[in-house]
Structures are given as C-alpha cells and as structure tokens.
Design a protein around this ligand. Structure first.
Ligand code: NAD
Length: 246
C-alpha cells in the first residue's frame, strides 16, 4: 500500500541529491509531488516521473516563495532540503559568506514554513521535514563553521515550529544526515585535488566505513512525512552510519 496516498508534497532542492531521491520516494508512495529547484534544467528530468510536477523556485527569493505558495494552495507535506556547504573556520568566513549561508540554509525554511503553514493548518494539519545535518548542534565537524551554525539553527527552527503548532495538527522534524553521496559532495571531493583520498577520508568519519546514499535519507523522509510517524514531532533524527553515537 502507498504510504503517502492522497497527500500533496512540496520539495525544495529536488533537482539532485537528497531532494531528488526524496521527491522520487514521495511519488512512489503515492504522493502528489511538486518538485522545485533553482536548476530548471536538471529539474526537468523529473517531469516524466509519475506523480511529479516541477517548478523552478529560488528559495532565496521571498516574493517567489509567496507566489508559489499562493498558486499551490494546500500542501500536506513540506520537505525543506535546500542548503549549501561552506568550508572553513570562523576566520575563513566573511560576512557575505555568513549571510549567504544563513539565507540559503535557514531563512529559506523560515519563508517556506510561513508561506505554507496557514493552509496546512486550515487543512487539518501536516508534516514539515527540514534537512539539517549532524554537523550542527549534534556534533562539530572541523572546518564547517557557518555550515554547522546554520544547521544548528535549522534544528532550533524546527523544534520551535513543532512546539508552537502541535495543537493544530502540525508536526515538524529535522533530519540530520552524516555524509551522503551527492553531486555537490562529489564536487567538493574533487576540489581537494585527490578524489579518492577525499572519499576515503569522508567514509572514515563514519564507523560503517562508507558514505550514505540519498535513497537512505529519503526513506527516513517518507517515514517522517507519513501518518505512520504521527507520534513523532520536534525531533532531530540522525542518520549517519554511526558517526555521532558509536
Ligand atoms: P546537492 O548539494 O548536491 O544539491 C543541492 C540542490 O540545491 C541543487 O539541486 C541546487 O540547484 C539546489 N539549490 C541551490 N541553491 C538553491 C536555491 N537558492 N533555491 C533552490 N534550490 C537551490 O544535494 P545534497 O548534498 O543532497 O544536499 C541537500 C541538503 O542536504 C542540503 O541542505 C545539505 O546541506 C544537506 N546535507 C547534505 C549532506 C551530504 O553529505 N550530501 C549531509 C548533511 C546534510
């Protein structure tokens, strides 16, 4: 049976990586998925997938988000996935980079939740799933200063929304992945100049000795989106190959 049958899901950053895998998993479970991303070209590859419609959306554009929510109406599931990794310590992070990281990783979620929450409440409730990271308030990763700070903020934002709207049928949870195969991770590994060494170093952080797969994160997203997780809210759920707890 389809676990998301009859539900309408909005997904950001759906063109690749975790967002794409989650849009596909939501659709496979019977949801009507609106897959969005700033990269219209890659997003178009999803057009032919049953249950998925695509729409270009820049989550740094507040007016675009408001217009999108207006035209979409009700969503039962909001999956906020857009985010960017800045590498470096506090001393490497300029004010521009700081503002960019918080705008893309955090303010985007503030805007998306504000835009979609009223109709979600009117419709009797819904599930909000935000992508944070274990590199956040869960654990410090070296050279992830503003990334970790912004992902910690995602956890705080998520818990706050969960607390304020628990009485109105809204659940909000964050997913905290360890290191997961994705196009941007591939770019970052290649940028080190030694792809194989970088891959080994990333895998070595996780006791399972491997990177996660986007489909594994998507499976948790389906669970948190679906009615079967109806007693789960305000959680930051780690999925990290054992990185943070063993
Ligand atoms: P990715 O980084 O390869 O892809 C990110 C997507 O976001 C791209 O399709 C890009 O076009 C889109 N995007 C960028 N700016 C945007 C904007 N302004 N508006 C809309 N879309 C925009 O994918 P990923 O590595 O799976 O990362 C997805 C999320 O998961 C991010 O929030 C990331 O921080 C988080 N995460 C990833 C990992 C990992 O190891 N891959 C680990 C923990 C958390």
């Amino acid at each position: 049976t389809e676990r998301l049958k009859g539900q309408r899901a909005v997904v950001t950053a759906a063109a690749q990586g975790i967002g794409r895998a989650t849009a596909l998993a939501f659709a496979r479970e019977g949801a009507e998925v609106i897959a969005t991303d700033i990269n219209a070209e890659r997003l178009a590859e999803l057009e032919s997938e049953p249950g998925i419609t695509t729409r270009r959306l820049d989550v740094r554009d507040g007016a675009a988000i408001a217009a999108f929510a207006q035209e979409t109406g009700r969503a039962d599931i909001l999956f906020n996935c857009a985010g960017f990794v800045h590498s470096g310590t506090i001393m490497d992070c300029t004010e521009e980079e700081f503002d960019f990281a918080f705008e893309l990783n955090v303010k985007s979620m503030y805007r998306m939740v504000r835009a979609f929450l009223p109709a979600m409440i009117d419709g009797g409730g819904g599930s909000i799933v935000n992508i944070a990271s274990v590199a956040s308030s869960v654990i410090a990763a070296p050279n992830r200063f503003v990334y970790g700070a912004s992902k910690a903020a995602v956890i705080g934002l998520t818990k706050s929304v969960a607390a304020d709207f628990v009485g109105q049928g809204i659940r909000a949870n964050a997913i905290c992945p360890g290191t997961v195969e994705s196009p941007s991770l591939e770019d970052r590994m290649r940028a080190t100049g030694d792809l194989d060494a970088a891959r080994l170093a990333f895998a070595a952080r996780q006791p399972m000795g491997r990177l996660g797969r986007p489909e594994e994160i998507a499976a948790l997203a389906v669970y948190l989106a679906a009615p079967e997780s109806g007693f789960v809210t305000g959680q930051a759920v780690s999925i990290d190959g054992g990185w943070t707890n063993i």
